[in-house]
Write a protein that binds this ligand. Structure first.
Ligand code: 13P
Length: 346
């Protein structure tokens, strides 16, 4: 393992007020989103949509890199240029989602364990040879009152994330470690904070125990938010304060960056909350209370307006690309504490 190169690579996705575009939905998830938007669910439509995203003009101004899924990594533009070359030509780092999905956890109804460790070393070596420089694996944790999460759910997912991360580093890929506490449910923000803290504590225990170099990884957590059906929804300032407090308690300063998932927030909510973190605690407040850069690695909060605008019709392609670029600009502004709702109407 070339540790100094890995450390350098890990800093790049969160540098220069940029973040990542996650476009690594599995075929099933992508098809579900297509179905909701009234788009035909075929390999070719998924390819055309990913081409639209990757060729948005000037994407690299606000986006440092993309996370792809295996299908997309193997695909090419209509003119035959491999997507990985399209991304590199646009100045984008290439990452690859390597988990094979969250599957039902035996004996723990309602909970999941992430699979994809079998044969992972060989897959990572192949992705590295193709030009990928970072990877992603996601574990999911559900909250349901006092019932979930169970200790078992955390106890199986945290070591799996650490095993994945150690294999990535061995292969020369920077691991993005994504333990996602889901927004589904009626739980309070306080409950989300407690669970997120417990999950992150367990994940970092495992990362250390399994020899993962903390300086050469990125964390992709959820923000600390009340469940979608909780009667009390918090302000952006409250989300920012609880999220930063939670992360400061458990994420070692050695970690070179934190890039949030959006988890089902709207684009505006995600930008507003990210902005509040920077205004209240980060670069825009003096001095910054944060030991790591906070950035984004959004899928839905970057893509949704573009997907709906495109709706499977190539006549809408340019407008859909503009919708994507707008969200990228808004999130980059949020990293400077310069996002405002006025940007949405500009
Ligand atoms: P969302 O931003 O839509 O939560 O997706 C992030 C992601 O990469 C999920 O694995």
């Amino acid at each position: 393992m070339n540790t100094s190169l890995l450390i350098e690579t890990a800093r790049a996705p969160v540098a220069d007020n940029k973040g990542l575009l996650a476009m690594d939905e599995s075929s099933d998830t992508c098809n579900q989103r297509f179905a909701t938007a009234g788009i035909t669910q075929t390999v070719e439509m998924r390819r055309a949509y990913r081409e639209l995203l990757l060729t948005a003009p000037g994407l690299g101004e606000h986006i440092s890199g993309v996370i792809l899924v295996d299908e997309t990594l193997q695909q090419a533009k209509a003119d035959g240029t491999a997507f990985i070359d399209v991304a590199h030509d646009a100045g984008l780092l290439v990452g690859i989602k390597v988990d094979t999905g969250a599957k039902a956890l035996a004996a723990r109804p309602g909970e999941k364990v992430t699979e994809g460790l079998d044969g992972l070393r060989e897959r990572l070596q192949a992705y590295f040879a193709m030009g990928a420089r970072f990877a992603k694996s996601r574990g999911v944790i559900a909250i349901d009152g006092a019932r979930l999460p169970t200790a078992a759910c955390i106890a199986v997912n945290a070591p799996a994330l650490a095993r994945y991360a150690a294999l990535c580093q061995e292969t020369g890929l920077v691991p993005i470690v994504e333990p996602e506490v889901l927004m589904d449910g009626a739980h309070t923000q306080q409950s989300c904070q407690q669970v997120t803290e417990a999950v992150l504590r367990s994940v970092f225990d495992q990362l250390s125990m399994q020899g993962v170099v903390l300086e050469a990884m990125l964390l992709k957590p959820n923000m600390v938010i009340a469940g979608l059906s909780c009667a009390t929804q918090n302000t952006a300032a409250e989300v920012a304060d609880a999220t930063v407090q939670c992360l400061l308690r458990v994420v070692p300063a050695a970690v070179p960056g934190i890039a949030f998932l959006s988890g089902g927030q709207s684009g505006e909510q995600a930008s507003g909350r990210l902005n509040a973190m920077h205004v209240r605690h980060g670069k825009a407040s003096q001095p910054s209370a944060l030991p790591w850069p906070l950035s984004f690695s959004f899928a839905r909060a970057l893509q949704h307006p573009a997907l709906n605008m495109w709706a499977g019709n190539d006549a809408n392609r340019a407008a859909a690309q503009q919708a994507l670029l707008h969200r990228a600009r808004c999130n980059s502004a949020a990293l400077k504490g310069e996002y405002s709702a006025a940007m949405e109407s500009a």
